[in-house]
Design a binder for this molecule. Structure first.
Ligand code: GUN
Length: 283
């Protein structure tokens, strides 16, 4: 039997509608959530992500401001801007779009953002709070994945989750979130000896490597839940995931597509974090 497809775009839309109502209610209390997105340079992929964020914010009624800086911006100039935004009472969330140009130390920038405004959930304090299961901003892609699983009532506790990819933004934190939900978690990466032997054991398989359709049906245990985080541009210019969707769909129980899968959920959770930041600021 073919897998059920989990459409992130549909779930994202319904969550954004709920958030729109919540923001309307907050505005009646004088609370207007505000997100500032900082984009450095003119990388087309970054620009496209940023415009998706602006659109979502507009739809929900979140006040969003885009600050665009030239790609020769110095680290100090960016640190100064972040300090100014940290001190600006009207700003609830700060997002600096990654990757950054070579002259800027990414970690220094992440650590400069006030943890109270860290809607990306990348600050070491946010990560530490996630690890110790305290209230915090969860990183948006892992949070979106968890929300997708929960939307289908997919059991996580006791399941074997296998993560392919170990980035700070996706692989590591998604494993941690699933561990917090009582999964048994394995991480695979480029040095893993026998990838297929690992992925074949997964009840929940998360593909987050950035290699076009590298996971086909032969990597998947029948009935597994397959979450595709990859966003790869093909030679033909279309987007494709890390999973060979058609072959995987025939063996999985649930699968996420690319596009219209995890991507829209990432942006939606950023909006959720921004609303949370605004509420935190007023309590
Ligand atoms: N670049 C790619 N994904 C992300 C993200 O989730 N947040 C930021 N700040 N930059 C990114």
């Amino acid at each position: 039997m073919a897998a059920e497809v989990i459409y992130g775009d549909q779930l994202a839309l319904s969550l954004r509608q709920e958030m729109k109502e919540e923001v309307t209610a907050l505005k009646e209390k004088g609370i207007v959530p505000k997100l500032v997105v900082v984009l450095i340079g003119d990388d087309p992929a970054s620009k496209s992500y940023v415009s998706g964020k602006q659109k979502a914010a507009d739809f929900i009624g979140i006040n969003s401001e885009l600050i665009t800086l030239v790609d020769t911006t110095s680290e100090q100039a960016l640190l100064d801007l972040i300090e100014q935004l940290n001190n600006d009472e009207s700003v609830n969330g700060i997002l600096v779009q990654l990757p950054l140009p070579d002259q800027i130390n990414e970690q220094a920038i992440i650590e400069a953002i006030s943890p109270e405004k860290d809607v990306d959930g990348f600050h070491p304090i946010s990560i530490g709070r996630m690890l110790t299961q305290q209230d915090t901003f969860l990183p948006c892609t892992p949070f979106g994945i968890l929300t997708m699983l929960q939307s289908k009532n997919i059991e996580i506790a006791g399941k074997h989750a296998v993560i392919v990819g170990r980035s700070n933004i996706v692989g590591k934190p998604v494993g941690q979130l699933l561990l917090n939900e009582h999964a048994t978690v394995s991480y695979c990466h480029s040095r893993t000896k026998d990838l297929k032997a690992m992925t074949k054991q997964a009840d929940i398989l998360i593909a987050a490597v950035g290699r076009e359709e590298m996971i086909d049906a032969s990597f998947i245990k029948p009935g597994a839940v397959v979450i595709d985080v990859g966003v790869n541009r093909t030679e033909a210019g279309t987007l494709t995931g890390d999973v060979d969707f058609e072959s995987a769909k025939a063996v999985a129980s649930y699968i996420t597509p690319v596009p219209k899968g995890v991507g829209p959920m990432t942006i939606t959770m950023l909006m959720k974090n921004t609303i949370k930041a605004a509420k935190n600021h007023h309590t």
